[in-house]
Ligand binder design. Structure first.
Ligand SMILES: NC(=O)c1ccc[n+]([C@@H]2O[C@H](COP(=O)([O-])OP(=O)(O)OC[C@H]3O[C@@H](n4cnc5c(N)ncnc54)[C@H](O)[C@@H]3O)[C@@H](O)[C@H]2O)c1
Length: 265
């Protein structure tokens, strides 16, 4: 299926880690002939290969700071001449001991870095998206509708993301801008796999091997009917579809790609 993404210009936040959802999405977009600017505070050297032919570029930005999400949008337009698609992919996750262990500063960090950066990028992008009948894709999570106490602040951020997706769709879809969300379940990304990441923490806590966690404990814990975690390429495919004109009647809603873990319908 041709998604018609050739020559579309995309800004994507928080894709700096090789193997993450942003990384997988950029590879897919590049293959489809799109041009992408990626902004992140830390950029994996593996991006050198992706940026060689000039269709992908990166910009180092702390997106939690006011003015920097706006810079991501401006640098995209400066580099590629327009903006068609904004992918608000940034989403920092920190495991908590529960509600009482989360201080004001923690709430502030999660909402400033994750939510407010998306708000700022969306606001800066909107005039361009109105002009080009563009699309915003927000990365939500199944935790936005099925929250967990160990990610109490992150779950609230994802609920807010779903809410904002609907609200912006109500206001801007009549002006030609679609605003959609993609809601992943647990995806096999560096968030889980990197040294000191979620697998290492859980393996130490539970005294089990990482492979056992990945292949048995996590799929069972999340009720994944597929029997395995979601692959980043599967989320990338959903994002690319949502961003394409093939999804022209999709707005204000989330595509859920969760390996069957959410039990409600
Ligand atoms: N991985 C999962 O299991 C999963 C599940 C559901 C939803 N999601 C969502 O999908 C999206 C992508 O997830 P992922 O696991 O690929 O991401 P990730 O955890 O691999 O990447 C997070 C990125 O954020 C960057 N970052 C941190 N602070 C920053 C700052 N101040 N400014 C700019 N960049 C900063 C990091 O450098 C990193 O590249 C997120 O919104 C996440 O919430 C992920």
């Amino acid at each position: 299926m041709d998604l018609g993404l050739k020559d579309k210009v995309v800004a994507l936040s928080g894709g700096g880690r090789k193997g993450g959802i942003g990384w997988a999405t950029i590879r897919e977009l590049k293959q489809a002939g799109a041009k992408v600017m990626m902004g992140d505070i830390e950029i994996d050297p593996a991006y050198e290969e992706l940026t060689k032919d000039g269709t992908v570029d990166t910009t180092a930005l702390d997106l939690s700071r006011p003015g920097n999400p706006e810079k991501l949008v401006q640098r995209t337009v400066d580099r590629f001449g327009k903006l068609d698609i904004l992918i608000n992919n940034l989403g920092v996750t920190i495991f908590r001991s529960g509600f009482l262990g989360v201080e004001d500063d923690d709430w502030d960090m999660i909402f400033r870095t994750n939510f407010l950066s998306n708000v700022r990028a969306s606001r800066a992008a909107m005039p361009h998206l109105i002009e080009n009948k563009g699309v915003i894709v927000n990365l939500a999570s199944t935790l936005g509708t099925t929250p967990t106490p160990s990610l109490v602040d992150y779950s609230a951020f994802k609920a807010a993301t779903l809410n904002l997706t609907k609200c912006l769709s109500e206001e801007f879809n009549p002006q030609g801008v679609r605003v959609v969300a993609v809601s992943p379940g647990a995806v096999l990304t560096p968030h889980w796999t990197r040294e000191g990441g979620a697998f290492d923490m859980m393996a130490a806590e539970q005294g089990v091997e990482v492979e056992t966690l990945r292949d048995e404990i996590i799929p069972k814990m999340f009720g994944m009917t597929t029997g395995r975690m979601v692959w980043p390429e599967e989320i990338a495919a959903a994002i690319c579809f949502a961003a394409s004109q093939r999804a022209g009647s999709l707005s204000g809603m989330a595509l859920t790609v969760d390996a069957g873990s959410v039990k409600t319908i």
